[in-house]
Design a protein. Structure first.
Length: 271
């Protein structure tokens, strides 16, 4: 089986187990972008609270964020954590949109993929993972997002990239799969779903939909089974000891009766 076949096999198994994920949640591409920046080191439930604050203030747009001071914005995104840093990142993004595209997010998203990626990476607070999340989920471009879930899962599947760089991991997918934004979108979302629920730091291998193709999971399950078989069920008595117990009891009783009889005869004889 080629690497391409193996990657597609993993995708099909995940899809069969979890179904379509419909990720990234957001009513507009701009909301997706804001979510991609706010979700850095944050649980999605907290990101949703921050986005709800922006919506309530009618500030979930490039112009809406631009009119807020950095302090006001920090208060609104407080639930997402690192609120001061994330306020600066959002402000930097909005300034990039203003200076390069006249504040029009639609023009930003229509830019050529490599140009857009370069602009994003040159913006304060946006690294490769966030940039590719924006490209894939907001702009619909065929780029594969690499995150901690992806690295952990494919190491365990013995399909790790030859090098640890982001680019090497990304090429593992882009060089072996058709450049399809829909496929990349669903595949990454399924990896995240699986990584959060099953292939965690301490994996839950039993019942895993990838166990059949996962050397790590198979080794763990085998070790657990061997441990259960070899574990002592309690200190068992030797069979000969159990078998001889009635005989020992009979001897002890006989000796006791003999002792009682001799004592009785001795007592009678003195009377």
């Amino acid at each position: 089986m080629t690497l391409s076949d193996r990657l597609l096999d993993v995708y099909q198994r995940l899809y069969a187990a979890y179904g379509p994920q419909r990720w990234w949640p957001g009513d507009t591409p701009f909301e997706v972008i804001v979510g991609a920046i706010l979700t850095q080191s944050a649980a999605w439930t907290n990101v949703e609270k921050a986005i709800a604050n922006l919506k309530a203030a009618d500030a979930l747009s490039a112009s809406g964020l631009a009119r807020l001071s950095e302090e006001e914005l920090a208060r609104m995104v407080y639930p997402a954590g690192y609120f001061n840093a994330k306020a600066r990142k959002l402000k930097a993004f909005v300034e990039m949109v203003r200076s390069s595209f006249g504040g029009e997010v639609e023009r930003l998203l229509a830019a050529p993929q490599e140009e857009l990626r370069g602009l994003l990476l040159n913006t304060h607070g946006i690294g490769p993972e966030t940039a590719d999340s924006i490209l894939l989920y907001a702009a619909g471009r065929p780029t594969f997002v690499i995150d901690a879930y992806t690295r952990r899962l494919f190491r365990r599947l013995s399909m790790a990239a030859p090098q640890e760089s982001y680019e090497s991991w990304q090429s593992l997918f882009t060089a072996n799969l058709e450049a399809d934004a829909t496929l990349f979108n669903e595949y990454h979302a399924l990896i995240v779903r699986h990584g959060k629920g099953v292939c965690r730091r301490e994996p839950r291998c039993e019942g895993c939909p990838l166990l059949e193709v996962c050397p790590t999971g198979q080794a763990r399950m085998g070790a657990e089974a061997a441990g259960k078989q070899g574990a002592p069920a309690g200190k068992a008595k030797p069979e000969h000891e159990e078998a001889s117990r009635p005989l020992l009891q009979r001897i002890e009783i006989s000796l006791h009766l003999q002792s009682v009889d001799e004592s009785f005869r001795y007592t009678v004889g003195r009377l």
